[in-house]
Ligand binder design. Structure first.
Ligand code: SAM
Length: 298
């Protein structure tokens, strides 16, 4: 694509590896399942190549680029599209509320497939679908923000292949950990594409993958007896327990939790009630197991 300025200096520090494979751009936009009703937030448009594909499919695209020097190029490359707004900002400091107020689509008053709750402040005019080839230096913080933001209903994200493997990992494997559990807590995840490093310029050192996230309805909980229902207000406690469990992931869970200050007999009892012996390791427990385990200590 002829859209990079001749003398543009790619900034490694901003994770600037642009997609140069046009088929890949179309594939990502197709796989993200965008429709003409959708409100899309893109993080890091770069030269706007993926943005164009999103504009072709969506009702509205808001795209947030931190690098001021790319804004004139973006404006020029996207000048034929009326349904795009370019924002020069750091995504990490983005005010979602302001974005919604300014750019929200008016027709689609649902969020995650359900009518808007008053808890959204009554201003949500459309759920936001996020599509992005992420700047890899801030992958985890961005994913955390998106997972926790109730306005976001779906995400289609290009991430480093190793990170994708951790996101979609199953219990028992070495990739399974805190990131997996955090993603499971908020969303169903699926790796939908593996992407070679040859598809980018400048060529990065690592391969990539695209992961699709579908967020759970707000308030959903899969925990069940014997420990009672899990409430979302227990989130901080749950992730304290999970972080303590994985702090020394090669050790037995019993030892990790005991070292973190949990009573050894109580942990042994709780694990046995959940059907685990005392040799079990942190990576063997599902999110539901952790929710139940927390019930023994709250
Ligand atoms: N979307 C383009 C593509 O797929 O070819 C470029 C993707 S490139 C991997 C990441 C982009 O994110 C770069 O344009 C970079 O300047 C931008 N970026 C980096 N940090 C950012 C931040 N904190 N907020 C918004 N954009 C950021």
């Amino acid at each position: 694509m002829k859209s990079n300025p001749k003398n543009f200096k790619f900034k490694h520090s901003l994770g600037q590896n642009f997609i140069i494979d046009e088929f890949l751009l179309e594939d990502i936009a197709d796989e993200s399942g965008i429709t003409k009703d959708d409100f899309i937030l893109e993080i890091g448009p770069g030269n706007g190549a993926l943005t164009k594909c999103l504009c072709d499919r969506a009702k509205k695209v808001v795209t947030v680029e931190i690098d001021k020097s790319l804004i004139p190029l973006l404006k020029s490359n996207l000048k034929d599209y009326e349904n795009v707004s370019i924002i020069n900002a750091d995504f990490m400091e983005l005010d979602f509320q302001a974005i919604i107020n300014e750019f929200g689509c008016e027709s689609n008053i649902t969020c995650r497939g359900e009518a808007c709750e008053p808890s959204y402040g009554g201003v949500l005019r459309a759920p936001i679908k996020v599509v992005a080839n992420l700047p890899y230096y801030i992958t985890s913080p961005i994913i955390n923000i998106l997972l926790q933001n109730p306005y976001v209903s779906e995400m289609t994200l290009m991430v480093q292949k190793e990170v994708a493997e951790r996101i979609v990992a199953s219990p028992g494997g070495r990739d399974y950990g805190i990131l997996t559990l955090a993603c499971n807590y908020f969303a169903d995840t699926e790796m939908i594409m593996l992407v070679s490093k040859d598809c980018f310029f400048p060529k990065p050192k690592v391969d990539s993958a695209v992961v699709h996230f579908i967020k759970h309805p707000v308030g959903a909980s899969t925990a069940s007896p014997p420990t009672g229902e899990f409430h979302e207000s227990n989130y901080d406690q749950l992730f304290k327990l999970i972080k303590a469990s994985f702090a020394q992931r090669r050790k037995k869970l019993l030892n990790s939790l005991t070292n973190a200050g949990f009573n050894k007999d109580s942990v042994t009892h709780a694990l046995s009630e959940l059907g685990f012996d005392e040799n079990v390791r942190a990576e063997n427990l599902s999110l539901d197991d952790y929710k139940k385990l927390l019930g023994f200590f709250s």
